[in-house]
Design a protein around this ligand. Structure first.
Ligand code: S6P
Ligand code: ZN
Length: 193
């Protein structure tokens, strides 16, 4: 059977420092205003939006679609910073499909990968450059940048995974990461008290 154009191998070139790769299909920016429900200090959220609505993170994306299967590559660059006392982080989501895992590879910066099941199992993985984490199916996942430089990570997953954000938006994760006495500290999420 003749191969179609999309069935040929392809490579992209990744920059470990910036987290950007080329060619890419698209990039997406998330600002504080895109994450109003995620950060716990609503007063800080409002004043930051009024003061210019800073960038929290960017996603650089390529979906490798072939005739037979679909893998996606996404790199994420989270800026250093906080909303109130809470560190910048990704929105976080579940995969829609019950059998879809993901691999995350931290290449720059420091922080935590937070994961939680719908049954309430919670696990946080400390990240430094070189940490590679497997996110099993049915675990929501969010990355938090607790460092002073951008945190960059690479993600690979199947395009059949799908993404659902509403549950995380409503309930958050069991624990939040805030700065206390200059240190990253886990506190119980207000919505779960
Ligand atoms: C997709 C994968 C990542 C995230 C990205 C941003 O399955 O987990 O590429 O999309 O890190 O996070 P979020 O929660 O805004 O999608
Ligand atoms: Zn995911």
């Amino acid at each position: 059977m003749a191969l179609k154009k999309e069935d040929y191998p392809i490579s992209v070139q990744f920059d470990f420092n910036t987290g950007v790769f080329e060619p890419q299909e698209k990039s997406v920016e998330r600002k504080v205003s895109d994450m109003v429900k995620m950060f716990h200090d609503k007063t800080a959220v409002e004043s930051m939006i009024k003061a210019g609505d800073p960038l929290v993170y960017e996603i650089f994306y390529y979906g490798f679609k072939t005739s037979a299967s679909d893998m996606a590559l996404g790199t994420t660059r989270i800026q250093p910073g906080k909303v109130g006392d809470e560190y910048y982080m990704t929105k976080g989501h579940f995969h829609e499909a019950f059998d879809q895992p993901e691999i995350y590879f931290c290449v720059k910066g420091e922080g935590y990968l937070l994961m939680e099941t719908r049954e309430g199992e919670f696990q946080a993985e400390k990240w430094t450059p070189g940490t590679i984490s497997h996110i099993p199916p049915m675990w929501a996942h969010r990355v938090v940048n607790t460092g002073k430089e951008p945190l960059v990570f690479v993600a690979t997953y199947h395009l059949a995974a799908g993404h659902t954000y509403t549950e995380v938006e409503e309930k958050g994760f069991l624990k939040c990461l805030v700065e206390k006495d200059g240190k990253a500290t886990f506190v119980l999420n207000d919505k779960r008290k």
